[in-house]
Write a protein that binds this ligand. Structure first.
Ligand SMILES: Cc1cc2nc3c(=O)[nH]c(=O)nc-3n(C[C@H](O)[C@H](O)[C@H](O)COP(=O)(O)O)c2cc1C
Length: 160
């Protein structure tokens, strides 16, 4: 069957998600990160999650050949951060408050939750690569998350 990519993209967009920023460090120890909504919880025992990264990413090797990565689950007031980390800006971290996780990956201030992962496996999957992470540390705050649906951000609009 011939697949209409635009229609498929729209169809995927019908699925409401949260928004994350996946971070790691490159070979020069520089922090890097990108916005991702392909985050999925995978397993409690052992604790695992996954994120899919586009094979076209300039930093693909830093993620899929590195030690691991952190997943920042964005809070409802962090839409600007999401846009920034999805844009072609030279230094996405400039002027942004963050600190290193125990494993040494960037965690942003005031996120709804974060996961600190070692890379368990990088699985080739079409034009993306599935990054399967083993969760070493995690943290959750009492905050509403940022939502994404059909190309637009949304929030629940009530209190956590
Ligand atoms: C809400 C949202 C979700 C996204 N989800 C993903 C994703 O799951 N995987 C991915 O590779 N890119 C995703 N992107 C696109 C990347 O954030 C964007 O292409 C970014 O520029 C890639 O970073 P890079 O230039 O460092 O490769 C998403 C963008 C937005 C706005």
């Amino acid at each position: 069957m011939e697949i209409d990519q635009q229609k498929l993209r729209q169809c995927f967009g019908a699925f409401m998600t949260g928004v994350t920023i996946v971070t790691t460090t490159d070979s020069h120890d520089k922090p890097i990160g990108f916005t991702a909504n392909s985050f999925t919880s995978v397993s409690l025992t052992p604790p695992m999650l996954l994120v899919c990264i586009d094979n076209g990413s300039e930093n693909l090797n830093a993620y899929i050949k590195g030690r691991g990565f952190a997943v920042n689950v964005l809070a409802s007031d962090q839409q600007d951060l999401s846009s920034r980390f999805a844009s072609p800006i030279a230094d996405r971290f400039e002027g942004i408050a963050w600190q290193n996780s125990a494993l040494g990956f960037p965690i942003f201030k005031d996120v709804a939750a974060s996961f600190d992962c070692t890379l368990e496996q990088a699985i080739a999957a079409g034009d993306h690569t599935i990054m399967l992470g083993r969760i070493d540390n995690f943290s959750s705050a009492d905050k509403l998350g940022l939502g994404y649906h059909r190309g637009q951000y949304f929030t629940r609009g009530d209190t956590a």
